[in-house]
Design a protein. Structure first.
Length: 128
């Protein structure tokens, strides 16, 4: 088995690499794997795998809707009720209603719509 380059060139100042500066830089060291690729090889890594630096985040919580049921509308004495002004976003159909009322709101359930129409009232979609 032959000698390695370093042991052959013991007396030489540059060990066969020419001038000192030719063997000094990062370019002469070749690839060093993916360690430290946050900075050093960012553009090369992004070219090969664009999603390498993307962190998968958890999805945030959904905004909760403020709901009101039909049985709660019996407590309000007015015939036209703007639930959006009162801070509600959805009308649900739990309970019974016996009087004719008009309701202004963004969203409502099918059951709520049926019960209000049965009592002679109507639901008006609010202008957002």
């Amino acid at each position: 088995m032959g000698k390695t380059k370093t042991s052959k060139m013991r007396g030489s100042k540059t060990c066969g690499y020419g001038s000192k500066k030719k063997h000094r830089g990062k370019g002469s060291k070749g690839g060093k794997g993916m360690a430290g690729s946050k900075k050093h090889k960012k553009f090369k890594v992004l070219k090969e795998n664009p999603e390498y630096f993307i962190h998968k985040k958890l999805k945030g919580r959904k905004k909760s809707e403020k709901v009101i049921n039909i049985r709660d509308l019996e407590k309000i004495k007015e015939n036209k009720i703007n639930l959006k002004e009162l801070g509600y976003t959805k009308l649900l159909g739990d309970g019974e209603i016996k009087r004719k009322i008009e309701i202004v709101i963004d969203k409502w359930s099918k059951g709520a719509e049926e019960k209000i129409k049965k009592a002679g009232g109507k639901i008006i979609a609010s202008e957002s």
